[in-house]
Design a binder for this molecule. Sequence first.
Ligand code: OSB
Ligand code: MG
Length: 372
Amino acid sequence: MKLKSVTLHQVSIPLVTPFETSFMRETEKDCYLVEAKFDTPKGEITGWGESVAMIAPLYSSEYVASGIDVTKRWLAPILFDVDDLTAETVSWHLRHVIGHPMAKSALEMAVIEAQLKLNDQSFKSYLGGVVDSVPSGVSVGIQDSVEETVRVIGDYLEEGYARIKLKIKPGKDIAPIAAVRKAFGDDFGFQVDANAAYTLVDASHLRRLDEYGLLLIEQPLGEADIRQHGELAKLMETPMCLDESIDSAEAAADAISMGAAAVINIKPGRVGGFIEAKKIHDLCAAHGVAVWHGGMVETGLGRAANAALASLPGFTLPGDISGSNRFFKEDISEEIVMYDGKVDVPTGVGFGVSIDPAKLEKFRTDSVEILQ
Ligand code: OSB
Ligand code: MG
């Protein structure tokens, strides 16, 4: 395949309720979609990708405008020069550009989708997925009060979500967790995510979480603190899970060898793409480390691709792949639907969903065309 053009569509989609983490409160989903056109033996084929970079550099160093800029100036021009572009070689072609994993992943997604279309293949079959549906967990933002936390989680349990993840930060941790266990008992999967809001000095405080039978604690310490997570893991019974710290298969190998990750949250965007994400899945499976699929509030497009990756056998814990309606009243593609605590793995060609042109028009705030 030969890349001919890349259009980056910036969109802003209202969220059904604000989503608050230890680092920001969002009321819209702001991201960009990649529409890439390729010359192929079957004529022109379009592939779509989605960047998971957030509007501000608060989860990681990337943000929407940085992704658009680096794609336009550096990443797309490199791929324009490749005569025989394949999904498997995108990250190799882009290897000299330091960082920007989310921007690289979005572009790789578009190449993957075009290649799948060329080969009449679904993403699940390409990856070697082994199940038709995956358990669906929900990520619950920090609420204004303990009562509100209990009410919101009660609603998600009622809807049938397979497990609950609650965002926490200092001052919003023990009380809401204790109240949720008190209200709903010990019989449901419950885990927490701190998004790097603590330091090792908080170890004795964090140890108090051991009382609540949590599946895991996700990324309590800083992105660069893999070794410190290893130290904290020795002091706690709750299994340690890393998100932000795992930016590559090498980082995953380091974390495993330092005892810093009993569990790993896999997000393709964070590690530079789906192909690197699959490598991490394989590495963890070889080490007996459980993985689950993280989420970045993706639209239906990203959600569909995530569900395919999560259908690999090492994804033994429910992921953050909720139904589209957990975040959006209107999605930009077909909705991903949660039923009976799971979502189906799309089986259509490509990612199995398509961008609705009318919705794109409605939610688009800007677009940039990059030509060879
Ligand atoms: O840490 O997993 C996270 C959303 C944005 C940035 C970071 C995270 C999250 C979530 C949402 O927890 C997960 C989802 O998409 O459901
Ligand atoms: Mg997380």
